[in-house]
Structure formats: structure tokens, C-alpha cells
Design a protein. Structure first.
Ligand SMILES: Nc1ncnc2c1ncn2[C@@H]1O[C@H](COP(=O)(O)OP(=O)(O)OP(=O)(O)O)[C@@H](O)[C@H]1O
Ligand SMILES: [Mg+2]
Length: 494
């Protein structure tokens, strides 16, 4: 804590004209800076102000009523520009107004004024992107996150509060408390208090039952840009037909991934490339299921579309968030959409690729990455070079035996008895079908049977399959292209 305070003191003393603070913990920052100025009384004391659009400008170091007339963003800036006295102006949630060129210019006027004016603008928001013309004039300050000890203390305090308002004490299972403290790493003080309150207030106890909800709530708290999604739907190996080699690979590494022996680099992840609808996404879900970790999905295509120009920063944020959620599986679906080079935007793609590769190489193994790709030809060579991922698997069309297994799985899933169907005949009739097409066939045949008022039988299924022209036939060339790309690069997943 001491360190944080000193950092802030140093930044303020350096008289950098703009300070940027990205935090959800506005109260804590205000406490920190007020403590520093009011109680610390530094040698270069300056008056301290706080501004919000709803309350205007207010002096914090002495008791003065808010000056409401200064509420509009441009007015407060004009005011600061015109008073040539020293001062520290903390502007809360000013970020939306920085898209206005007039405000940007006013901020710059203040920032480039002679140093003797000794004015500092401190922008405090949950997220803030300074326009490029202001960046050279600014310093960033980060509030440190609470450590284990501090989180434990916050939880204790919440428990004391609860006990003060309710009869009895909080029943705390020591093991659950320890896990709670651990699981709340990466969450700021407000967040820790809020999540601890949620865990305690329902039943006056901290038990193992609280933990899954805490994980979910933590995910929601951290995922403020909505680019990582929390996937509830995990699979088991039994849900996946075929892919024997992939299953074996994961089984052999399950232990090491969760608990790497000292000195050994734990596996960081794998890439699944292959034919559409053959179970890549399903295998990603099964990986999380088998490793017993929560699954976070990162949509690369959306990262590009939504945050054009900020892609790299957003990616870094997403990866940092995944690390905060560790241990977890990070599933990057359609990785080629975000990393493919050769489009008009190759500068960004390169940088994003660079950031991603650096992260992949440096992260400590708490995040196991499963990347999936369809259009493998678009994958940049750097990504598929040996040593990036622990293994590259090629997911091909299922063979006869696997098709039979897949049919079995999906019939069972719909509560039908596989033995009452002629599955080997169906497996023969479905050469070239993907797993997805087999599943689709079952669904379509079921509807037909239902419309006929009959129970689903082999006849319905066969006629449905005979009617279907699988994608692998329609796009034979693409499949051949995929296979030749994979040859020598990938290990067959089956
Ligand atoms: N090997 C398999 N075993 C069982 N079901 C499968 C298999 N392959 C595909 N399926 C079924 O087809 C559905 C779609 O497959 P999935 O989404 O995993 O394929 P994909 O390879 O990710 O396809 P895409 O390239 O379109 O993303 C799965 O949810 C599952 O129901
Ligand atoms: Mg998929």
C-alpha cells in the first residue's frame, strides 16, 4: 500500500500535467489522493478539487460547497484554464467528453501552460482512451489490487458487519475461506467486498457451495467488455465420437497441466484445425470438462469487428482477464479470423499476432489455450511453427466406425436406443458426412417420423441420409486443400 501512495506522490510532484487512472474503485482513489494531500501535507501543497458532471466542481481539501455552475465539461475546463493558481483537479468519468475536439483542445491548453501554474488534471474512469495529442503530456497511475492478506481482511470485515446486524456469527469453513481468498485474486477492493457480501448474506456462512457462484460473479465483474464469454456447457470425452489420439494426448497431460512438477514447463495449449462440423468446438468443450476447469471463450472475429483500431489493447485485456480467471481453459474460436494476414489490415494483424505469441510464450501455464481454425490456409506461418502450441491436431471427417459411434451418441442423447437401429448400414451410407451432418440427419428424420405419427426408425434415417449431399462432396476441393495443408504440419486427431 505504502508503495502505491508513494507512486502517486511522485507522479504529482513530477508536475506531469495529466494523470490517467483507470479503475472501478473511484472511492479508493479519492481516499488515497485526499489522504496524500490533506493528511500528508506535502511540501508542494496544492488545493484539491473533484469534478463530476452531476455535482460540478468541489474543493476536497477544505469544506466548500460544490460550484454547480461549473458542471458542464467545457465550462469546468475553461474555468481551470482561466484560474492560474496551482491545483489538482480530479475529474471523475470525464472520458465521454474527450471525444469532443473543443474539450481536447482545452485540456491541451491547460497542459501546455507554463509549469509555474502547477495545475494537474487527473482523469479517473473505468476505462479511458486519451486522444493521441494528449498522450505525450500524460502519465498513468494504477491502483494496486489487494493482496491475499488484504482480501482476507476485507472478507473478515464483511463478516463482522453481517454479525453486527444479525444474530450469531458467520459460520466460516476455513477451507472455503482460503479458497475464497484465492479465487478473488485480481478483483479490486470494492469487488472483493461485494462478492464476499453476496457469499455471506444469503445464509450467514462461507462454504464450498459459495465458490461456483463467486467464480461466475468474478467473471462478470472482470469481463467488462464482454469479449470473453463464460461457457457453461462443457462436454465429456463420452460426448465425442472418435478423436482418439487427441483424447489420449489430453489424458496423458491432464495431471501435468493441473499440477506441473517443479522445473517442468506445463503444456500451454493446442490448435485444432480441420474440416467444418467435425467436432473442433465440441473437443474444446471436452478439454475444459476433462481438465476440470472453467471455459472462457474469446471471439476473435468480434474483437476485430467491434474494436477496430483498438484490437491489440483489447486482446491484451482479454488475455490478462483470462489470467485472472486462471486456472481456466481459454478457447479461441476461429483464430484465423483474427490473426490471418494478407488482408488490407495486415499491420494490425501483425501486431495482434505478435502480442498473442509473446503472451502464449510467457504466460505461466494457468491458462490452457485451445485454438480452433477452419480456414487453415489463412493462418500465419509464425503461429503454426513448432513450439508455439504444444501440438497441432487435424480433425478430419469421421471414418465408418466413428460415424457409427457419433450416431450412437446422438441417438442416446435424444433418448433413443441405438441398438434398435441398423447403425452399421447407416455408417456405410454416410461416407463423407461430418459429425454435424450426422446429427442434423437424426434431427431431420425425427421430424419426418413425428409428422408421420410414427416412431423414428432406420428407414427414416436412411432416407434422410441418402437425400443429403454432404459438404465434403460439395466442397471436395476445399477438403483436399485442408488435408494437404495439414500433411506434415499436424498430427491426426483421430
Ligand atoms: N466427433 C463428434 N462426436 C460427436 N458429435 C459430433 C462430432 N463432431 C461433430 N459433432 C456434432 O456436431 C456439432 C457441431 O460440431 P462442432 O461445432 O464441434 O464442429 P466444428 O468442427 O467446431 O465446426 P465448425 O468448423 O463449423 O466450427 C457438435 O455440437 C456435435 O453435436
Ligand atoms: Mg466450431
Amino acid at each position: 500500500m505504502v508503495e502505491t501512495r508513494q507512486d502517486l506522490a511522485v507522479i504529482l510532484a513530477s508536475r506531469v500535467p495529466i494523470v490517467v487512472v483507470e479503475t472501478h474503485d473511484e472511492t479508493r482513489f479519492l481516499d488515497l489522493i485526499t489522504g496524500l494531500i490533506v493528511r500528508g501535507r506535502p511540501t508542494d501543497y496544492r488545493p484539491l478539487f473533484r469534478w463530476t458532471v452531476t455535482t460540478g466542481l468541489q474543493r476536497l481539501d477544505i469544506d466548500l460547497a460544490p460550484q454547480l455552475h461549473n458542471a458542464p465539461p467545457d465550462q469546468v475546463l475553461r474555468h481551470v484554464r482561466s484560474v492560474e493558481d496551482p491545483g489538482i483537479y480530479v475529474l471523475l468519468d470525464f472520458h465521454p467528453y474527450l471525444s469532443d475536439p473543443v474539450n481536447v483542445r482545452l485540456v491541451k491548453d491547460i497542459a501546455v501552460a507554463p509549469r509555474e501554474h502547477r495545475r494537474t488534471l487527473v482523469f479517473v474512469s473505468h476505462g479511458i482512451e486519451l486522444p493521441p495529442e494528449l498522450q505525450p503530456l500524460a502519465a498513468r497511475f494504477e491502483l494496486s489490487l489487494p493482496d491475499d492478506e488484504e482480501r482476507r481482511e476485507i472478507i473478515r470485515e464483511v463478516a463482522r458487519d453481517w454479525a453486527a446486524q444479525n444474530p450469531g456469527r458467520v459460520k466460516a469453513d476455513p477451507k472455503a475461506v482460503k479458497l475464497l481468498v484465492q479465487n478473488l485474486s485480481g478483483v479490486d477492493r470494492d469487488g472483493v467486498a461485494r462478492l464476499a457480501r453476496a457469499a455471506i448474506h444469503d445464509d450467514g456462512a462461507i462454504t464450498a457451495c459459495d465458490l461456483p457462484d463467486v467464480a461466475k460473479a468474478k467473471y462478470e465483474l472482470l469481463n467488462r467488455h464482454g469479449l470473453l464469454s463464460f461457457e457453461y456447457d462443457l462436454a465429456r470425452f463420452a460426448d465425442v465420437g472418435g478423436l482418439g489420439r487427441l483424447k489420449q494426448w489430453l489424458t496423458e497431460r491432464r495431471r501435468v497441466v493441473s499440477d506441473p512438477p517443479p522445473g517442468l514447463d506445463p503444456p500451454r495449449g493446442l490448435l485444432l484445425a480441420g474440416v467444418q462440423g467435425c467436432g473442433k468446438s465440441l473437443a474444446a468443450r471436452a478439454t475444459a470438462g476433462v481438465l476440470g476447469r472453467p471455459l472462457l471463450r474469446l471471439d476473435f472475429a468480434a474483437l476485430y469487428d467491434k474494436y477496430h483500431g483498438e484490437t491489440e489493447r483489447r486482446l491484451r485485456e482479454c488475455l490478462a482477464q483470462a489470467e485472472l480467471m486462471a486456472p481456466c481453459v481459454l478457447w479461441i474460436d476461429e483464430i484465423e479470423k483474427g490473426l490471418a494476414t494478407g488482408d488490407g489490415d495486415s499491420g494490425t494483424s501483425r501486431r495482434v499476432l505478435g502480442s498473442f505469441l509473446t503472451w502464449l510464450a510467457e504466460q505461466q501455464g494457468g491458462v490452457f489455450v485451445v485454438a480452433t481454425a477452419n480456414e487453415v490456409q489463412r493462418l500465419p506461418p509464425e503461429l503454426v511453427r513448432k513450439g508455439r502450441f504444444d501440438e497441432l491436431f487435424f480433425v478430419d471427417l469421421p471414418d465408418g466406425e466413428t460415424r457409427q459411434k457419433i450416431l450412437e451418441i446422438h441417438l442416446k442423447k435424444r433418448e433413443m436406443e441405438p441398438k434398435s437401429f441398423d447403425l452399421s448400414r447407416m455408417a456405410q451410407a454416410t461416407e463423407g458426412f461430418s459429425g454435424a451432418e450426422l446429427e442434423q440427419g437424426i434431427v431431420a428424420a425425427w421430424y419426418t417420423a413425428h409428422a408421420d405419427g410414427a416412431a423414428l426408425g432406420s428407414g427414416h434415417l436412411l432416407s434422410e441420409f441418402l437425400r443429403t449431399r454432404p459438404l465434403s462432396v460439395v466442397m471436395a476441393e476445399r477438403v483436399a486443400g485442408l488435408r494437404s495443408w495439414a500433411d506434415g504440419r499436424c498430427v491426426p486427431a483421430a
